[in-house]
Every structure is written in structure tokens, then in C-alpha cells.
Design a protein around this ligand. Structure first.
Ligand SMILES: Cc1cc2nc3c(=O)[nH]c(=O)nc-3n(C[C@H](O)[C@H](O)[C@H](O)COP(=O)(O)OP(=O)(O)OC[C@H]3O[C@@H](n4cnc5c(N)ncnc54)[C@H](O)[C@@H]3O)c2cc1C
Length: 427
């Protein structure tokens, strides 16, 4: 809990105008939270994309399957921004930022013209861009990435073009692989590491998902990196692997992670370390600029740094930043969470598994699709991965959110549902 006057470098006064660079999950939530908290000053959202702000998670799932439309993925109704007196500029790219004695000067291009405006406070919500493959042939137009709606449109147009090779066994790659398989495509996933999702989940969950993808008849190649995208006049022919194997391909989807967009932060001299370094108040190293969402790197209580790329993090940081701008107490933040739908596998994660010292897997032989991996640090629960177990996920997320940290013995009896084992103490 802290008030604005306690924050080094932050003005005690509420700003008359706030500019947010980036209008996606984090930027839009910030604008809405400011309004919901009673802020009556100017809010300007500047978005490089030409679309109204939309949700990214469906792009690799429902949208790709044709079960969502440009309209159904919108983050807010089109009239919302005007109704809330939020100035939304789409198709506008911020090129330069300069601190002034009383705020920030923003130079941006809109419809080919360069414009400059001044604002009292600045929030960076610039997100991330998809990492590209640096390989011979990887500049071919049928080598695609998936980060935005235009990418999703290109990818959807390629599902029926022939075999697809997905490079990278992370969340986006595996979601696309499962969706493309469901649509009948021949799919191979190539992952250079020894297992899937190595940065995101523990080995047990990764193994279970590997088996699920293989059961969907997706070819999964582990432990070999791609070396070249082989193409001819008719398009892509194959992906050549480092061990010489060639996998036929008409389309290559590169899902090897995302890089935070930190160029504007760099102009302001803000400390960056794979993302804009922010503290728990979302303040960057100058103690004045706020940054939220995928563009940030967090400093943890122990001084370590970590990045969270999730809708939950974008929303929670936006809520925090709004409170800081208005000098209000910081909102309580629940346990971090994330979800991923891969075919009929629903993965839900809560907490952070880094630093765990032991783990326990809960399974019910009568419901073999359900599986919960629990992670403990010094016998205290810190995180959980739930496959096809939404009720367990809800119980675990709530428990972690209220600071309940049971040890493995308390959660090992699989005959008793987690909801019961984790029920808050009465009185
Ligand atoms: C295919 C896909 C599936 C996903 N699935 C899930 C999921 O299942 N669950 C989950 O929790 N998360 C998922 N995510 C991650 C989630 O979408 C991100 O964590 C979230 O989008 C982060 O929001 P953000 O606002 O921080 O950044 P972004 O969504 O990256 O948005 C940043 C915006 O800022 C704009 N911008 C950047 N620089 C400038 C500039 N100079 N001028 C103007 N505008 C600028 C960009 O164009 C962009 O529109 C998925 C992501 C992808 C790509």
C-alpha cells in the first residue's frame, strides 16, 4: 500500500493528461481502470495497429479455426472509447519521446504526417514482437509468425496449402499445431530443446502434452534445430534440420517467442533487461515513466528479474499503474495465472514454478485426462499446472492468492478434491 507522495519522482498531483503508447490488453485496461476509478482528465491511447484493439489469445485458437471474427475478438465495443472519452488513435506510430520539465513530448506519425503533442504522464504498453528465425531461406513469404491479427489472417489462408512445419514447441506453436491438425493439416513441430515448453512448465506437464500432440497425429521432433528453409519457384519445399533430415513443408510457422519492444524506453534512457525494468508499482528506472504488460521485466522481491507474458499480467499491471497515476493504494494482486488450449487439452497455470524444490502430481485413474502438477519450495505450495481440471485450478489459484501455502502431505490424498483440502479455514 502506498500513496503517490511516497513514490520517488512521482508527482503528488493527479495528471491532467495521460498518454499510453500501445492499445492492447495492457493499454486498454489501463485507460478503462483510470475511468472506472473516477479519473476525469484526458486519456490518449496511441496504437500502431490499424484495427480496433483486439484480444490476441483467440488468434491461435478460435480465430484460426474460423470460430471467431474480427468483431468477436474486439477487446471492447467500437463505441466504448468515445463513450468513455478515451481518445484512441489507430494507425499511429510513436517515433520519439522526450521528457520535458512538466511531462513528455510525443512525436508520432499518423496518416503520413508527423505530429507532436505534450502530455503530463506517460505509460509504455508497447508489448512485444514475434521473434524471427535467422536461417537461410527464412525470409520466404510463407515463413510466418503469429503475433497480430494480420499474421493470423495470413496463417489462416495457409492451413490448406499443404504440410505445415511449426518451429518451436512453446505455447503459440503448440496451439497453432493443434488447431491446424484439427482442421486436417499435416503438422510437424520442430523443437530444438529436449522437451516441449521448457521455459514455461515442468517436465511432467510437458510429457503429458507431448503425448497428447502425438495422439493428435502431430509429428513432434525434439532436440534438433532447423538449419534451412528450402524453397523453389513454387514456394517452400521443406525444412532442413541440423541433422540433415528434410521435413516437407508448404508453410512454416515460427513460434520461438517474443521480444519486448523497448526502443522507446531506450530513447528515455530507461533501464532495460530483455524488457523495461519496472518495480512492483510499474515504475521504470527513472521513477516517473510507467510501463505495463509484455514490454516489462519485473524486479522480484529477492532482486531477481523475470518476464511474464500473459493477459493476467497485462491487466494486473495496468490496474496497478492506474492506482499509481491517481495516488491510490496499490490494488491487491492475486497469484499470476495463464491458460493455453491445445486441441482438447486445457492447461491452466497459477503461480511461478521457478525455485521449486519438490513437486507432486495428482491423478485420478478414473479421470485420466485430469492431471495436476503441484510445485513446492521448502514444502510450501508455490505453483500448479492443471490439465483439464478447471475446478482444481480455481481452488489452487484462490489458495495461492490468499497466501495459503500447504505442503505436499496436505495435498497428496487424491481421494479428496483439492477444493476441500484447500477450503479456507472458518472463523
Ligand atoms: C497467438 C497468441 C496467443 C496467446 N495466447 C494467450 C493465452 O492463451 N493466454 C494468455 O494469458 N496470454 C496469451 N497470449 C499473450 C497475450 O496476448 C499477451 O500477454 C498480451 O497481448 C500482452 O498485452 P500487451 O498490451 O502488453 O502487449 P501487446 O498485446 O503486444 O500490444 C502492444 C501494442 O503496442 C503497439 N505498439 C508498440 N510500439 C508502438 C509504437 N511505437 N507506437 C504505437 N503503438 C505501438 C503494438 O502495435 C501493439 O498493438 C497470446 C499471445 C499470442 C500472440
Amino acid at each position: 500500500m502506498s500513496a503517490a507522495q511516497d513514490i520517488p519522482g512521482a508527482e503528488a498531483r493527479v495528471p491532467h493528461s495521460v498518454v499510453v503508447v500501445g492499445a492492447s490488453h495492457a493499454g486498454v485496461q489501463l485507460a478503462d481502470r483510470l475511468r472506472a476509478t473516477g479519473y476525469t482528465g484526458e486519456i490518449t491511447l496511441i496504437s500502431h495497429e490499424t484495427h480496433l484493439p483486439y484480444q490476441r489469445p483467440p488468434l491461435s485458437k478460435a480465430w484460426l479455426k474460423g470460430e471467431a471474427t474480427g468483431e468477436s475478438v474486439l477487446l471492447r465495443e467500437p463505441a466504448h472509447y468515445a463513450d468513455q472519452k478515451i481518445e484512441l488513435m489507430t494507425g499511429a506510430r510513436v517515433e520519439e519521446l522526450e521528457r520535458t520539465p512538466d511531462g513528455v513530448e510525443v512525436r508520432f506519425t499518423l496518416a503520413g504526417a508527423v505530429r507532436t503533442r505534450r502530455f503530463d504522464r506517460l505509460v509504455l504498453a508497447t508489448g512485444a514482437r514475434a521473434r524471427r528465425l535467422a536461417l537461410p531461406g527464412a525470409d520466404h513469404p510463407d515463413v510466418l509468425v503469429l503475433r497480430d491479427l494480420d499474421h493470423a489472417r495470413s496463417l489462416a489462408g495457409r492451413v490448406e496449402a499443404g504440410p505445415m512445419v511449426v518451429v518451436g514447441g512453446g505455447f503459440v506453436g503448440l496451439e497453432v499445431a493443434a488447431t491446424a491438425r484439427a482442421l486436417g493439416a499435416e503438422v510437424t513441430v520442430v523443437e530444438a530443446g529436449e522437451r516441449l515448453l521448457a521455459r514455461a512448465v515442468g517436465p511432467d506437464t510437458a510429457e503429458t502434452l507431448l503425448a497428447a500432440h502425438r495422439a493428435m497425429a502431430t509429428e513432434v521432433v525434439l532436440g534438433v534445430a532447423p538449419a534451412e528453409i528450402v524453397h523453389g519457384d513454387s514456394g517452400i519445399l521443406a525444412v532442413r534440420l541440423a541433422d540433415g533430415r528434410e521435413i516437407p513443408a508448404a508453410t512454416v510457422l515460427v513460434g520461438i517467442g517474443a521480444q519486448a519492444r523497448i526502443e522507446l524506453a531506450g530513447q528515455l534512457g530507461l533501464e532495460c533487461d530483455g524488457g523495461i525494468v519496472v518495480d512492483e508499482r510499474c515504475l521504470a528506472s527513472d521513477g516517473w515513466t510507467l510501463a505495463v504488460g509484455d514490454c516489462t521485466t519485473h524486479v522480484s522481491g529477492s532482486g531477481g528479474r523475470f518476464r511474464l507474458e500473459s493477459v493476467d499480467n497485462a491487466v494486473e499491471q495496468a490496474n496497478t499503474a492506474a492506482a499509481v497515476l491517481l495516488g491510490l493504494p496499490l490494488p491487491d494482486r492475486g497469484a499470476p495465472w495463464f491458460w493455453s488450449d491445445q486441441g482438447d487439452q486445457k492447461l491452466q497455470i497459477t503461480g511461478l514454478i521457478g525455485g521449486h524444490t519438490s513437486m507432486l502430481v495428482r491423478m485420478d485413474p478414473e479421470r485420466p485426462r485430469r492431471r495436476v502438477a503441484l510445485y513446492f519450495a521448502d514444502d510450501a505450495l508455490i505453483a500448479a499446472e492443471c490439465l483439464n481440471s478447471p475446478a482444481d485450478f480455481v481452488a489452487l489459484r484462490s489458495a495461492l492468492g490468499r497466501g495459503q501455502r500447504p505442503g505436499p502431505e496436505a495435498l497428496s490424498d487424491t481421494r479428496v478434491p483439492l477444493k476441500k483440502l484447500l477450503a479456507p479455514a472458518r472463523g
